[in-house]
Design a protein around this ligand. Sequence first.
Ligand SMILES: NC(=O)C1=CN([C@@H]2O[C@H](COP(=O)(O)OP(=O)(O)OC[C@H]3O[C@@H](n4cnc5c(N)ncnc54)[C@H](OP(=O)(O)O)[C@@H]3O)[C@@H](O)[C@H]2O)C=CC1
Ligand SMILES: Nc1nc2c(ncn2[C@@H]2O[C@H](COP(=O)(O)O)[C@@H](O)[C@H]2O)c(=O)[nH]1
Length: 842
Amino acid sequence: MGAGVGGLDALNAALNVARHPLVRMVAADSLLEPEALVQVARPFVEDRANVVAAGGVIRAANGARVARGSVLEPRLSSRWVVRFQVVEYLRSFLLGRTGWADANALLIISGAFGLFRRDLVVEVGGLDALSLAEDAELVVTLQEHLRRQRRPHRVVFVPEPVCWTEVPETLAVLGRQRRRWSHGLAQLLWKHRRMIGNPRFGPVGVLGLPFFLLFELLGPVVEVVGLASVALAAGLGALDVPTALVMFGLALGLGTLLSTAAVAVEEFSYARYTRGREVGALLLAGLMENVGYRQLHAWFRLRGLVAALLRRTPVWTAMPRTGFTEAEPVAVSWSGEIADLARMPARERARSPISPGSACGTMAVMRFLNGQRPATDLTYADVFMVPNHSTVGSRLEVDLTTPDGVGTTIPVVVANMTAISGRRMAETVARRGGLAVLPQDIPADVVGEVVAWTKARHPVYDTPITLSPTSTVGEALALLTKRAHGIVVVVEGSSPVGVVTDGQCQGVDRFTQLSQVMTEDPLTVPAGTDLPKIFDVLSGERVSAAPVVEGDRLVGVVTRKGALRSALYQPAVDANGLLLTSAAVGINGDVAGKAGALLAAGVDVLVVDTAHGHQEKAVEAVRAARSVAGSMPVVAGNVVTAQGTRDLIEAGADVAKVGVGPGAMCTTRMMTGVGRPQFSAVEECAAAARALGKHVWADGGVRHPRDIALALAAGAASVMVGSWFAGTYESAGDIHDDGSGRLYKESFGMASARAVKARTSTQSGFDRARAGLFEEGISSSRMYLDPARPGVEDLVDQIVAGVRSSFTYAGARTVDEFHERAVVGVQSAAGYEEGRPLPTSW
Ligand SMILES: NC(=O)C1=CN([C@@H]2O[C@H](COP(=O)(O)OP(=O)(O)OC[C@H]3O[C@@H](n4cnc5c(N)ncnc54)[C@H](OP(=O)(O)O)[C@@H]3O)[C@@H](O)[C@H]2O)C=CC1
Ligand SMILES: Nc1nc2c(ncn2[C@@H]2O[C@H](COP(=O)(O)O)[C@@H](O)[C@H]2O)c(=O)[nH]1
């Protein structure tokens, strides 16, 4: 707070429109530690019936290294006037307030960091806009009101959460601040004089207020008059020097003892200051403040009291702030912690899964065009983006690394759908920087095999299809559609002896041996060859793909496009440089056990997945998963509301998965009427996650690259794609010909009767039939392969090209910047239609 009359009026207005049961009034220049709000809110949950207000600790941020609204390193200022205040704050908060709260006589919750029950604050008429000590005034008014009505109440102090704020750096500013405090205290005691010493008001009346009157308000009078008397007596030669020295020694000793105790509590319990010399400086400040600072302080307070006695009109004077010095560069991890990249060793920094400039919670967010936020919820087709002025000169300047810190370098995640996400999908997508989530229906041991297999793949070269010279053309044709690179490498032992393409298999008997059709002694590429050189060699030799060898051992396959892609994409890898993997668990059964098994299997990212993620069972499942997940990121869903997002995050999720009903295989909205247009769902949930330093993935409903761009604009860190990838070589299903030569794959929803049947295979027939009644997905659909883009990498290319371009239109280089800079408008169906290309004339 510290807001002045206008500011207090504004706070009162805000109190009236606030919708939530707890309100926090905060000074604009203060910085909360990430967990502080949750910690200070805890007493309201633990003692719902009694707690009416709670406060945390205020500390001086002067001198601290600050980045993006967070204190990276609480350094001690070099100014002694600040150091004295640091000791003073430690004494007041760690010793004083703890004691007063225990006696239920706490009179002050600092305006900079307090949480109040909104209904009660409104009930007592809000903040007194004429008070100079509005924070204490509010607490005492609440206590008086509730005591009079004999309603139970507790005002609590929580010593863990910290709010960092700037304290005065000069004696002049300090003097003005302390005069105001003292004036405000006098106002308060006068206003509530009937409570002082009155047992009807409990510990506040008989302990708190008398103490404040005698020691806080009148103490300076005693101190200043005492000092003046000593000076006068010394001048007149009437001073009993030994007695004066003993008294001075006692005062010094007591003051230093209290300060030392406060510093000791800080160091042993909270240890925000870690350097020995800072602790030493604090101890010294605790000694030195007794001579000079303390007396000056008494003088300031006395002047405040005099101003109150003379009934001078209270004046609010702004306290000049020097502002915080930003430390760069920083990054925010998936767990929301700010990392100080400047202090990380270079290797660690390069490998850090957290990306620069991705701090959460303090970012500006996407805007609606001309500030016009529509009253209805929107989906991707409803919205468009307008170009911004941009300094991004090339689409290649864009970095698509996701801000969620899971390690993906493009914001694409393959949905955990049985027909789509398997080992080939996992390998191929991770090589291009994305992630595929293995479905929950796969047994843990099979997941283990897939993970081990994926991690054994080369992060740059494709996995070859290998057959022996005696294998048949029929076998080759069956395998060629499993991968996009289009060749079978014929091997003897581990050495390539030939290459077979689809063309070479046409027009020959299916039982023909490969030795008869293969290109012998094929062109091979030594592992490690420069990517542009590979491209040139393959182009020169007019071949689309070639085996990669180390010596004469086959280690992979490379295509022209693959060489190009490897130059553009960064694989998503774990700390050991192996391809990143992910798997899902459902919410039934032993979630902790299953999550533990996945962790043991080497899975890097865990997804807790269910249709209704905002149900208690899902929240418990997230808690169970978190309890065993250690440092592994936990993604959980699905939700479409801010509260659902918060509940999953508070249960331990690092990422909330957003989307109910947008999926191509989904019948939820038609069956139940439940769901939410996806753009608005993502926007709301992303804002809620960001406020907690976490992220969301937009899940489902993506059919074009523009949809992914819009999901990122709405605040998603990554976007989950299912059905769009079903019609690719790499999806898990078998390939079929529809009779007209068009190739397709079968896909089905994870809540379809087909999937439910598979998932419940161990249950009784009755239970299975009953579960089948609740289908919310399509059991069979044909997803055709696009002859121009049959591989998932072709689709990823299309997505990444579209999204990179989108970023440059917005003038953004990173996902976070894109979210900050995106300007979104709402369009009619005709507007959307106008944007669709026309393949034929009209
Ligand atoms: N994003 C979306 O819109 C949707 C996605 N899906 C996907 O389908 C897959 C299967 O999900 P799911 O149905 O949860 O898996 P399950 O069928 O395994 O159900 C898991 C548990 O959730 C309960 N459950 C399912 N739906 C609801 C609901 N609407 N309200 C309350 N409880 C519910 C089930 O209980 P009981 O059967 O006894 O009710 C069961 O105990 C997942 O991959 C999920 O993401 C499914 C639907 C919507
Ligand atoms: N309501 C249902 N939703 C489903 C089902 N199977 C999957 N899903 C969800 O869809 C997304 C993928 O969306 P898509 O548009 O890219 O295909 C997936 O992640 C699930 O959340 C289902 O049977 N019913």
